[in-house]
Design a protein around this ligand. Structure first.
Ligand SMILES: Cc1cc2nc3c(=O)[nH]c(=O)nc-3n(C[C@H](O)[C@H](O)[C@H](O)COP(=O)(O)O)c2cc1C
Length: 207
């Protein structure tokens, strides 16, 4: 089959787009608002952008607030800091809970029964239940051009200025034990995948 997304002519039960660029890592992003209220939400339009400086991106769609922004985007643009917490098999249910649409003054860390712990370099907290935390400094936002009124996405770029890794996930050889870490990724629909010992394979690059 062939379809043109702007014509919405795929003829399928649901748009297949989210089921084709998979699995997507999940940035479980904590931020803080001007009143000091903590915020936490998962974003799977999320990825690493480059090594130098280590940079990540995520993109936020329309939020339910009167300004049309998701809380995460509003907080980061206002305060310039955020943390990407790693979503794993162990914390998957709590990660999902924090995607609920709650008022901006609700603390999703508390609502999901999670533990906020201080970061080293920024004022935004990390989530103790996540084994990896990337402390990020906001670089800039990029509006994604859209031909439609609804559905505006904004991409946020952030520099990773501090990295926390749970010690037990580092092997004696100084590598990350990804099979033990069990990160989860987003597929389409309500589906996810989990990286574990069975799903990892290695290939050497040609010289
Ligand atoms: C696994 C997962 C991935 C998500 N990815 C995104 C995303 O990339 N962009 C987005 O705008 N919303 C995404 N959402 C929905 C947001 O998490 C949800 O709208 C949340 O309420 C936003 O919270 P906030 O307003 O506190 O930022 C995702 C939800 C889940 C469960």
């Amino acid at each position: 089959m062939f379809y043109e997304p702007h014509k919405k002519n795929h003829g399928l039960a649901k748009s297949p787009f989210n089921s084709l660029i998979i699995p997507r890592p999940i940035g479980w992003i904590s931020s803080i608002d001007n009143q000091g209220v903590f915020n936490l939400a998962p974003y799977s339009f999320f990825n690493a952008v480059c090594y130098q400086p280590p940079t990540v991106m995520f993109s936020a769609g329309v939020g339910s607030g009167s300004d049309g922004m998701k809380d995460t985007l509003r907080n980061i643009e206002a305060n310039g800091e955020f943390v990407c917490n790693l979503a794993t098999w162990e914390n998957r249910e709590q990660m999902n809970k924090t995607s609920a649409n709650v008022p901006a003054d609700a603390d999703e860390i508390e609502l999901a029964g999670l533990t906020a712990i201080a970061s080293k370099l920024i004022s935004v907290p990390r989530i103790a239940e996540a084994p990896v935390h990337l402390e990020c400094r906001y670089i800039k936002s990029v509006d994604i051009p859209t031909g439609e009124k609804a559905g505006k996405f904004v991409m946020v770029l952030g520099e990773v200025i501090g990295v926390h890794i749970r010690d037990e996930l580092i092997t004696a050889d100084g590598l990350i034990d990804v099979a033990k870490m069990r990160p989860i990724g987003r597929l389409g629909y309500d589906d996810y995948t989990c990286v574990n010992g069975d799903s990892i394979f290695s290939m050497e690059r040609p010289t």
